[in-house]
Design a protein around this ligand. Structure first.
Ligand code: UDX
Length: 430
């Protein structure tokens, strides 16, 4: 079976490497020539634990190759995965230009029965849209379109690919279903086989529910701060309820990344377009947007609204640990807000510095480690819970800070550190 993957982003590259590792012959089509050059030299264009080694192993095996050519690759393919971006428009609508473009290319080249798999996160009805474009050129029905959304988390993409909770297959024929099951057979995980439309909405419902869970616990954390309760104990007790579960109940600065914010806004748009007012999801989106302003207020309260002649250090800029991705990151938003004050801002992130430099003003000092950030700081804000921030040498930090004050937005420490002479603030405790 010849498999072609279109798009070498997070989803496309993980899909290409893992299917090659299953033994399939995989061609990945990427239009960005710089990215293509990097890939051909065995380098992946983003940080994802374990991916580069697996990528190089399969590159050497000749099961995996990269090109920007559609022609022969499409006509010889049995299965084509569309893994291109669907970035949000200003009104929240998903931009399907890349999906349309690649579908047009496919329609010109497919020969013989081909399964076209929409792996990108696409609004309900996109598989119909793909079918229409394909039918314009090839009138005889020599294809099936399958909706097969992914649930990969950045930072744990390989584990999420190899041990998914479920594999969603939205299709109209058992022929297409059988081919997808053949591809995913090595995973031996439960399937949900349904219509294309149902598969498409599952992805948005899944992500928006997780975003809701996070936003809920953040809101309860805010209440805990004002009533003198402890959010970690509340979350632990809630998580012991089998109907709730403990995952995605960690309070913090709000959800970021390239998925939750985009998918929540797209679901709201799809609701409005289909005469359904998604009130809860709208409230989640608004609450998450406002959270950064609330955090800035907390910094203002700690510094007694004095910013001149002080220095504030931020630890962590990527939107979560184990990734270099800073898209929609609370760290970026907080750094931008703070850089508008008179305070001197210093930041450090183990992997996200290059991407942060593209987003942040030059007035911000980019440090080489967490202690350089702490040096002479009046306030240290922990924004992303990288493991290396969990075991800081607190004696050293206290000695080098101008004022030993920590705002821990991920609750990786506790009030215990006040014994080391710190003023300690966190989320959901007072
Ligand atoms: C998410 C979904 O989890 C994944 O299934 C989907 O395919 C893509 O979007 P990702 O955005 O990579 O994955 O990361 P995730 O681990 O879900 O975290 C998203 C955001 O929520 C991050 O900003 C993270 O810091 C935040 N978060 C997560 C919390 O604030 N609290 C939590 O308990 C969990």
């Amino acid at each position: 079976m010849k498999i072609t993957i279109i798009g070498a982003g997070y989803v496309g590259l993980v899909q290409s490497v893992c299917l090659a590792d299953f033994g399939f012959s995989v061609t990945c089509i990427e239009k960005d020539l710089n990215k293509l050059r990097e890939l051909k030299f065995g380098r992946i264009p983003f940080y994802e634990p374990g991916l580069e080694d697996l990528f190089r192993k399969n590159l050497k095996s000749n099961r995996l190759n990269f090109t920007n050519e559609y022609s022969s690759n499409i006509s010889q393919s049995d299965v084509i995965f569309i893994c291109v971006g669907t970035p949000p428009k200003k009104n929240g609508e998903s931009n399907l230009n890349f999906v349309d473009q690649v579908t047009k290319e496919i329609s010109k080249k497919i020969k013989g029965y081909t399964v076209i798999v929409s792996k990108s996160t696409v609004p309900v009805g996109t598989s119909r849209r793909i079918e229409k474009i394909l039918k314009r050129v090839s009138s005889t029905k020599t294809f099936d379109v399958v909706s097969n959304p992914e649930f990969l988390r950045e930072g744990s993409a390989l584990e999420d690919f190899t041990k998914p909770d479920k594999i969603i297959i939205g299709c109209r024929t058992t022929k297409a279903e059988k081919i997808l099951k053949k591809i995913y057979k090595p995973l031996n995980r439960p399937y949900v086989v349904t219509s294309n439309e149902t598969a498409e909405i599952i992805k948005y419902a899944n992500n928006s529910f997780l975003a809701t869970k996070i936003t809920f616990v953040n809101e309860i954390a805010d209440l805990c701060e004002n009533i003198g309760a402890e959010i970690e104990t509340v979350a632990k007790a809630m998580g012991l309820d089998g109907r709730i579960g403990s995952k995605f109940l960690h309070p913090g600065p709000g959800y970021g990344g390239s998925c939750f914010p985009k998918d929540v806004k797209s679901l709201i748009y799809q609701g409005n377009k289909n005469s359904t007012d998604l009130k809860i999801i709208k409230a989640v989106d608004r609450a998450n947007e406002l959270r950064i302003k609330y955090l800035f207020q907390r910094v203002k309260k700690i510094t007694k609204n004095k910013f001149n002649n002080i220095q504030i250090g931020l630890l962590g800029i990527s939107f979560k640990p184990n990734t270099d991705d800073v898209r929609q990151s609370p760290g970026i938003k907080l750094a931008k807000d703070l850089s508008k004050t008179k305070a001197k801002i210093k930041i450090y992130d183990p992997k996200g510095m290059e991407n942060a430099k593209k987003e942040l003003p030059r007035s911000i000092e980019f440090c080489s480690d967490e202690y350089e950030v702490a040096k002479n700081s009046n306030l240290l804000v922990i924004v992303t819970e990288w493991n290396q921030f969990k075991n800081l040498d607190l004696l050293k930090v206290k000695k080098i800070m101008k004022k030993p004050v920590i705002l821990d937005l991920r609750n990786i420490y506790s009030k215990q550190i006040t014994k080391n002479g710190f003023q300690y603030y966190s989320v959901g405790n007072n």
